[in-house]
Design a protein around this ligand. Structure first.
Ligand code: AMP
Length: 189
C-alpha cells in the first residue's frame, strides 16, 4: 500500500494531477474540498455549517475533517493506497492522519509538493472562476486562502520533511510536463 499526499497552494494543480495518479496507480483519491463541496450542494448539516467558512477561505474545524477521513480510511481497508489532496492542512490533521494510518499498519510514503509562486496561483484561480464559477475563487477569498496556506498549511511540509518523505517539484509548467515529473517520483517509490 502506497500513500501519497499531494501538497501545494490552492490552484497548484493538486486536483488535476490526482486524476492522472489515480489512473496510473489505481489509488483511492481523497479530496476534502470536493467532499465538502458535495455536502454543500446536497445542503447537509455539514454542508450548511461549512458554507460560510469555505466561501470566506477559512479552514473547516479539524475535528470535522479528521472524522471524515477516519470514516473513509476505515471503509477502504483493501485499497492499493490513498492520494490525499487538500488534506492535511494543519499540523493537528497531519498528526491525526499519521495515527489513523498507523492503526491500519501503514504510513505516508511521500508528500509531493507542487511548487507554484503566489502570482501564478492567483492567475490560475481567477481563470478557474471564469470556467467553473467556484464561489471561493474570488479575489478576496483567494487572498485569504493564500494567507491561510502560508501560515497554517506550509508547516506541514516541514513536519513530513523531518520524516524524510518530502519531495518538491516545479509545477509551473504544462499539465503534462508536471504529470511526467510526478510519475518519475512515484515510480521511484
Ligand atoms: P480545496 O478544494 O481543497 O481548495 O478546499 C476548499 C475549501 O474547503 C478550503 O478553503 C477550506 O475552507 C475547506 N477545506 C478543504 N479541505 C480542508 C481541510 N483539510 N481542512 C480544513 N478545511 C478544508
Amino acid at each position: 500500500m502506497k500513500n501519497i499526499i499531494l501538497f501545494g497552494a490552492p490552484g497548484a494543480g493538486k486536483g488535476t494531477q490526482s486524476t492522472a495518479l489515480v489512473e496510473k496507480y489505481n489509488l483511492k483519491h481523497i479530496s476534502t474540498g470536493e467532499i465538502l463541496r458535495k455536502e454543500m450542494k446536497d445542503k447537509t448539516d455539514l454542508g450548511l455549517k461549512a458554507k460560510d467558512l469555505i466561501e470566506n477561505g477559512i479552514l473547516v474545524p479539524d475535528e470535522i475533517i479528521i472524522g471524515m477521513i477516519e470514516n473513509i480510511i476505515s471503509n477502504n481497508k483493501n485499497t492499493n493506497g490513498f492520494i490525499f489532496d487538500g488534506f492535511p492542512r494543519t499540523e493537528q490533521q497531519a498528526v491525526a492522519l499519521d495515527q489513523l494510518l498507523e492503526k491500519n499498519g501503514t504510513k505516508i510514503d511521500m508528500l509531493i509538493e507542487l511548487s507554484v509562486p503566489d502570482e501564478m496561483v492567483v492567475e490560475r484561480l481567477l481563470l478557474r472562476q471564469k470556467l467553473e464559477g467556484r464561489a471561493d475563487d474570488n479575489p478576496e477569498s483567494i487572498k485569504k486562502r493564500l494567507e491561510v496556506y502560508h501560515t497554517q498549511t506550509v508547516p506541514i511540509a516541514e513536519y513530513y520533511h523531518k520524516q524524510g518523505v518530502h519531495i518538491k517539484i516545479d509545477a509551473t509548467g504544462e499539465i503534462k510536463q508536471v504529470t511526467h515529473l510526478l510519475f518519475e517520483k512515484v515510480d521511484a517509490l
